[in-house]
Design a protein. Structure first.
Length: 376
């Protein structure tokens, strides 16, 4: 594999050179005024990216899984009830975390590639007493896009805190945290935010912060506790020195550059670019005879595609695509893992990247089909 291959998995993705340059700069003190300024600017810009002027942002060293657990650890106490709108692998993961933190979990499940109906979710919520409802905005295992706005409205109506896993959506899909009534949304740096892996990013709205303040027991994990991070983030936003745990200075400098690019592009334009790219690849999948996992077009993510292997083709296709210079991902959902592959198209992705990817997939399909059809 040479250095010029194209990374088209659903995260990490191809990053902008300016972001990588920031990552490679000399590491500053975490109390350096230049760093404090960059951190402060990043926190303010995150409110813009999440459309959440009323939320408190947290940026912590860790991956998306840490962000998931930060949400759970701060909101849930043993005995609380949680409803998981389950669209796949990452919904199962947050359910496991909720259980480990002592919550009683109810699932509303859909078949892989589908979303539970709003009626089913409302019926479950009507049972009452749910402190939190979790939604995976884009389930990366199936490329299913959940209707967050409608689900959040239901959660609010039934007085549950609405927690959105936006790891594969924020910076690519439409998300209006405040306007939609989302209480917590989180992501990780390596996807549509466009920064190498290593940052967990979480925004907590006023209801979530109030629920955290109203806890009767301390958060069991010190590293995840808002109580440790809130004063640090408030200080950094005011460009004042603070310390709880050493911040990943270079990653935050890189985040500042990437968020600058996001804000410059504009969130509406950025979402539109993802929609347009999804339309282009959607037409290409049809032309290539590749069937997406999500049957309903309205439930297809704009940040990645999950595609069944055509008849007679197996996971060797992923290797053949890599031989053509493009790295895509295999299946992830345990029920279907060997039957499909995934292509990321988010963040800094361009039409040139898309063309190269489609070309590589077409050539690889031809190569594996010829290899498995000796009579042809
Ligand atoms: N949630 C979703 C929807 C994801 O796609 C991922 C990562 N693929 C995660 C959570 C976990 O993030 P990480 O791998 O960075 O821990």
């Amino acid at each position: 594999m040479n250095e010029r291959n194209l990374l088209m998995i659903p995260g990490p993705i191809e990053f902008e050179p300016a972001v990588l340059r920031a990552l490679g700069e000399k590491t500053r003190s975490h109390l350096d005024p230049v760093f404090m300024k960059a951190f402060a600017r990043s926190l303010k810009r995150l409110r813009e990216v999440f459309a959440a002027p009323s939320a408190q942002p947290f940026v912590v060293a860790g991956s998306g899984t840490l962000a998931m657990e930060m949400a759970v650890a701060n909101l849930v106490q043993p005995g609380d009830r949680a409803l998981v709108v389950n669209t796949g692998y990452f919904s199962d993961r947050i359910a496991t975390m909720l259980e480990r933190h002592g919550a009683a979990v109810t699932h509303v499940r859909a078949e892989p590639g589908a979303v539970p109906s709003l009626d089913e979710v409302e019926r479950a919520l009507s049972g009452g007493g749910f402190k939190v409802m979790t939604v995976t905005h884009v389930d990366t295992s199936t490329a299913v896009l959940a209707p967050v706005q409608a689900l959040a409205a239901l959660g609010r109506k039934h007085d549950a805190l609405v927690v959105v896993d936006g790891v594969c959506s924020v910076g690519g899909e439409a998300l209006e945290m405040d306007a939609w009534g989302v209480d917590v949304a989180f992501t990780a740096s390596q996807k549509a935010l466009g920064v190498p892996p290593g940052l967990a990013v979480l925004l907590a709205g006023p209801r979530a912060m109030a629920a955290w303040k109203a806890r009767t027991r301390p958060v069991a994990s010190m590293y995840l506790d808002f109580a440790e991070w809130l004063p640090v983030h408030e200080a950094y936003e005011a460009e004042k020195p603070a310390y709880f745990a050493t911040p990943p200075v270079n990653l935050i400098m890189a985040l500042d550059v990437s968020l600058g690019q996001l804000v410059e592009e504009g969130m509406a334009a950025r979402v539109q670019r993802h929609v347009k790219i999804a339309e282009v690849v959607g037409r290409a999948w049809k032309a290539l005879g590749l069937e997406p996992l999500p049957k309903n077009e309205a439930h297809r993510a704009h940040t990645l595609s999950a595609l069944y292997y055509p008849a007679g083709v197996d996971a060797s296709l992923v290797k053949a695509i890599a031989q053509e210079g493009v790295v895509v991902a295999g299946g992830l959902h345990p029920a279907l893992k060997t039957k499909y592959f995934r292509v990321g198209h988010m963040g800094a992705v361009t039409m040139n990247d898309v063309s190269a990817t489609l070309g590589a997939i077409e050539r690889a399909l031809e190569a594996v089909t010829v290899a498995t059809s000796p009579g042809r």
